[in-house]
Design a protein around this ligand. Structure first.
Ligand code: MTE
Length: 316
């Protein structure tokens, strides 16, 4: 992955949490009085409000302004530039949707959007750290991945969880044409105990509303202690498997992107340092806000135990 830079937004434009909560309530009220919104909506258009309650693992760090969260993205199916996903995802249709959950499970099942949005939705304000050394704080709306896994009853032989993104070249311009940055579908994976960790969620929204296309509509993975590329978007299949699944970036460059991808300031990427990060949306254009990167992205207290006895420099 190349490193791109975006001019950070001046502090005067950062939306305080209280202000957006307030604004969200107002917009939700206004939208509730409108006829049902069409599923076919342009990227960046108003999203439908979701019912939710505050979840655990909160942070006092201010959320990244929604305009940065929704305009500075990695979603190669819509192009490799940071602005491409918001510009090129308008034709993508995230509704209706089905998510197949299969493999080594007692009760394979197809979930539709009502099923997914029917899980008890929580707001999880998570620090997110991209492998390209930038970070954001995002108020996700979602539910623990473990809750979905419980419904399909993984068998004892299941050791890993494999994830797969939709393939729709007709709606995803990055999946057609001469330059194909990755083989499709985008695939990711977790060890089953990682997938069951309460921090790991399936997100169906952000900032209180359904996910914009560029952020992985209608359902994506969020694992905040890992580099962002683990957070696979627009998921159509989740399979319980016995062996470590193939993952897109490891297949592209295994010496640069490992299966575990735990945020680790002590293990540099071969081409750049991982010791610090730029917080998108903070600081001025000439003085972007840079901070030290924390082990497991600040979630070591919760997740370090998953890796007891492992050499994290070898299993990067
Ligand atoms: N999922 C798919 N299907 N395709 C992608 O290109 N990019 C990943 C991840 N999930 C990607 C993806 C990377 S590299 C990052 S950093 C995050 O999505 C970015 O998520 P965001 O744009 O919502 O911040």
């Amino acid at each position: 992955m190349a490193v791109y830079r975006v001019p950070p937004v001046p502090p005067s434009e950062i939306t305080p949490r209280a202000a957006w909560l307030n604004r969200r309530a107002l917009i939700a009220g206004a939208l509730a009085s409108l006829p049902v919104l069409s599923a076919a909506r342009p990227a960046g258009a108003a999203q439908d409000p979701l019912p939710l309650k505050p979840g655990p693992f909160g942070t006092s760090e201010p959320p990244t302004p929604i305009k940065d969260v929704t305009s500075y993205n990695n979603f190669y199916e819509f192009g490799a530039g940071k602005a491409d996903p918001s510009r090129n995802s308008g034709a993508f249709r995230p509704e209706p949707w089905t998510l197949e959950v299969d493999g080594l499970v007692a009760k394979p099942r197809t979930f539709d959007l009502d099923d997914l949005r029917g899980f008890p939705l929580e707001e999880r304000v998570y620090r997110m750290r991209c492998v390209e050394a930038w970070s954001m704080v995002i108020p996700w709306v979602g539910f623990p991945l473990a809750a979905l896994l419980d419904q399909v009853e993984p068998l004892g032989s299941a050791k890993y969880v494999a994830f797969e993104t939709v393939v729709r070249p007709e709606e995803m311009p990055g999946q057609k044409g001469l330059f194909q940055p990755l083989p499709w579908p985008y695939v990711e994976g977790l060890r089953l105990d990682e997938a069951r960790h309460p921090l790991a969620i399936l997100a169906v929204g952000l900032y209180g509303r359904t996910l914009p296309n560029q952020n992985g509509a209608p359902v994506r993975l969020v694992v905040p202690w890992k580099y962002g590329f683990k957070g696979i978007k627009s998921i159509v299949r989740i399979s319980l498997v016995e062996d470590e699944p193939v993952t897109s970036w490891k297949r592209m460059a295994a010496h640069e992107y490992g299966f575990y991808a735990n945020v680790n300031p002590a293990v540099d990427h071969p081409r750049w340092s991982q010791a610090s990060e730029i917080r998108i949306g903070e600081g001025g254009f000439f003085s972007p806000s840079r901070r030290d990167t924390l082990p497991f992205n600040g979630y070591a207290g919760e997740v370090a135990g998953l890796y007891a006895g492992m050499d994290l420099a070898a299993d990067y």
